[in-house]
Structure formats: C-alpha cells, structure tokens
Write a protein that binds this ligand. Structure first.
Ligand SMILES: [Zn+2]
Ligand SMILES: [Zn+2]
Length: 245
C-alpha cells in the first residue's frame, strides 16, 4: 500500500507572510492567477525552502496560497463573506496576535523576507538541540535571535565589559553568580540574551553590546520556554523577591 503523500503544514513564518498580504488586500478575491497571489506564493515558497520544507508539485502553489488567504477571510470579523472556514487553529491564533497591529506585522514580515533572502544567499544558521520555544514571530526570527546571542565574539566582549564594570559576572535579573555557587568550574560562565524585540530583528545588522544582557541559565530558559517570549521587564517583574537567593 502506498502512503498518501501530502504537503507539510504551514509554519508560523509562512502564515505571517500570508496574513500581512491578506490585510493589505482585504477585499480581493485572491484569484490564484492574479499577479499579487503569484508573487506571494513565490515569497512563501522561498520562506518554506529556507526552513527546509519540501513537498509535492502543488507545494505552496498559488491555489494553495489563495486558499490560505480565504481561510484568513473566514477569521476576519470585518468581512461578511464567509471565506473558507476549514482552516487550522494557527490562523485564528495569529489573527488574534497580529491582525490588530498591521504596521508592526508589516515590519516583521519585511524582516522575515529579508532574513529569507540573506539565508538563500549565505545559508541559514542551523541550531540543533535548541530548547527554546519558537517565538511568536516564527522560526526564522527565532533562529536569528538564538544565533546572535550565541555569537562567541560578541558574547566574549559583553562578558569582558560587564566584568570591567562590576568586578564579577552574574545574572542581571537575579544576581546569580556561577563562580560563587559552583567554584572554579563556574568561572566565566553566564549566558547572553539578545534584548531587541524579535519582530525587529533583521539580516545584516551587527549586534551591539547594549543589545545583550547577562542571564543565568534558569532565567534565560524561562524567557524562551513559552510564547510569547518574555521581555526583560516581564522577567524582572516575575521574580519573587522572597525567593531570591
Ligand atoms: Zn535569549
Ligand atoms: Zn538568573
């Protein structure tokens, strides 16, 4: 018996690119032969390719993309025509998260497409065994964030600059000092977190020392363990002062 083949599910990244187009063209019929839908399908195919997805001949073709746009229409409270209601849950989640702020969505999608172009030109940074939950903003910007904060050269400079100022290394949220707790083995150990909002990350920028904050492994994990990722303010506010060691 041959297994029935199907195309892989749409990622957050691809949905966001489609949602941005939907909002710009809310009253369109989204004909698969229109120039706009064809161009959108080409963009989404590039994003999917960079994410390592492949599929059948119908993979992210204009008909499929047109259906996705009509799925979004069925989530659109401003629209009386029904669209195609048999979509997936992620459409509603992303609609609720992003449709209210189309300007921010557009900027984010521009960044996703920029990162896609850069990745097609230079190869995507692959980070295996990453325990971070994918950010609300999708896999490509997640990878860029994780890549930036693990860049050995800038991390080294950040630690050196912090050490010069404070005379030791510690978590900027809780003060946890690995050297103090674990002895020599913890000397020089601390993680770096990139504080720039993920939606604003773009290819080709260099990380500034001011973009980074030192966090212990626990705090850093808590930032990335669920969606949406915590901002620094949310991390600081979450810490129960009584529990502080
Ligand atoms: Zn981080
Ligand atoms: Zn910490």
């Amino acid at each position: 018996m041959t297994e029935k083949k199907r195309n892989p599910d749409w990622t957050r990244d691809e949905h966001l690119v489609a949602l941005d187009y939907y909002i710009d063209n809310r009253d369109d019929y989204f004909s698969p032969t229109s120039a706009g839908v064809e161009e959108l399908a080409a963009n989404i195919s590039r994003v999917a390719k960079v994410l390592g997805l492949t599929g059948l001949d119908t993979f992210r073709n204009p008909s499929g993309v047109s259906m996705k746009l009509l799925n979004f229409r069925s989530r659109d409270p401003q629209h009386d025509t029904k669209g195609l209601p048999q979509g997936n849950k992620l459409e509603q989640i992303l609609w609720d998260e992003f449709a209210e702020d189309p300007v921010a969505l557009k900027k984010m999608v521009e960044n996703i497409l920029n990162v896609t172009s850069a990745a097609m030109a230079n190869g995507v940074p692959v980070l295996p065994d990453d325990d971070a939950t994918e950010a609300s903003e999708g896999q490509l910007l997640t990878r860029l964030h994780r890549y930036r904060e693990r860049n050995a050269a800038i991390v080294k400079r950040k630690k050196a600059s912090f050490f010069r100022k404070h005379g030791h290394l510690c978590c900027e949220a809780r003060g946890f000092d690995f050297l103090k707790v674990y002895g020599e083995r913890g000397a020089g150990f601390i993680e770096c977190h990139h504080t720039k909002p993920v939606s604003e990350l773009n290819a080709g920028e260099t990380t500034k020392l001011a973009d980074l904050v030192l966090l212990c492994a626990n705090c850093h994990r808590m930032v990335h363990v669920a969606r949406p990722w915590w901002t620094l303010e949310e991390l600081f506010a979450s810490i129960n002062q009584d529990e502080e060691s």
